[in-house]
Write a protein that binds this ligand. Structure first.
Ligand code: GLN
Length: 221
């Protein structure tokens, strides 16, 4: 299984994601620099990592979303290739328009860095098939802009179409309806604030994140 991780100036979770992908696929992902205009052929999975790309200037993810490589990522997403954006990656995906809504400053105005409980809301997606319906899992968060916002019509549509993948089971950042992660309409793009790549081996304190990668990588294998 060929996978790729996109790297921006200021990404700092790209290696965590690479380790997770290598552990699950047995093969190192291609690390793709943001100025590349083409992606390797035959990718089964594209990861947009967490971090502080471009120092979070303007808005988190706003500058990275205009990187040359993102045009290729959007094209692959439209072809149905699974695209996974975590934390800053989620922010970048909303800024490209691949996912709706925006990630605003946390309601408490503080950086939140801890394990949080969240429930799996949709187990039908390629990313969440390894979880049980309404299962509560623990995954770390580390962000200051995780407060998901969308207008009520968009939130209703996301809920009605089963596109809320994960919801916080506790107050974390003020996100609308407690939304922690959402899917695109086709179900092949997932953005989430918590970091499943930081919960993939016993030394991390649990394996709740590992099943996400196992599920999606098996689905495309
Ligand atoms: N860990 C991260 O990806 C941080 C995301 C983002 N820069 C924020 O703090 O909101």
């Amino acid at each position: 299984m060929k996978t790729a991780v996109i790297v921006f100036p200021g990404s700092n979770c790209d290696r965590d994601l690479a380790v997770a992908l290598e552990q699950v696929t047995g093969r190192k992902p291609d690390m793709i620099w943001h100025t590349d205009t083409e992606l390797p052929s035959g990718l089964g999975f594209i990861g947009i990592p967490g971090g502080f790309s471009y120092g979070d200037y303007l808005r988190s993810g706003a500058i990275s979303a205009r990187s040359p490589v993102m045009r290729a990522v959007v094209a692959e997403a439209e072809r149905g290739v699974p695209v996974f954006g975590v934390c800053n990656g989620f922010q970048i995906l909303t800024e490209t328009g691949l996912l709706p809504g925006a990630l605003m400053r946390n309601a408490g105005l503080n950086f939140v860095c801890r394990d949080v409980a969240m429930t799996v809301e949709n187990t039908q997606s390629i990313f969440t098939s390894r979880y049980k319906a309404n299962e509560e899992i623990r995954i770390p968060v580390a962000h200051h802009d995780g407060n998901f916002f969308a207008d009520d019509a968009t939130l209703d549509r996301l809920e009605g179409e089963g596109r809320v993948a994960f919801r916080y089971a506790e107050e974390v950042n003020g996100a609308a309806r407690g939304i922690a992660g959402i899917l695109n309409a086709q179900g092949n793009v997932l953005g989430m604030m918590p970091h499943p790549e930081r919960m993939i081996e016993p030394a991390h304190g649990g394996l709740d994140g590992r099943r996400l990668f196992e599920g999606v990588l098996e689905a495309v294998a």
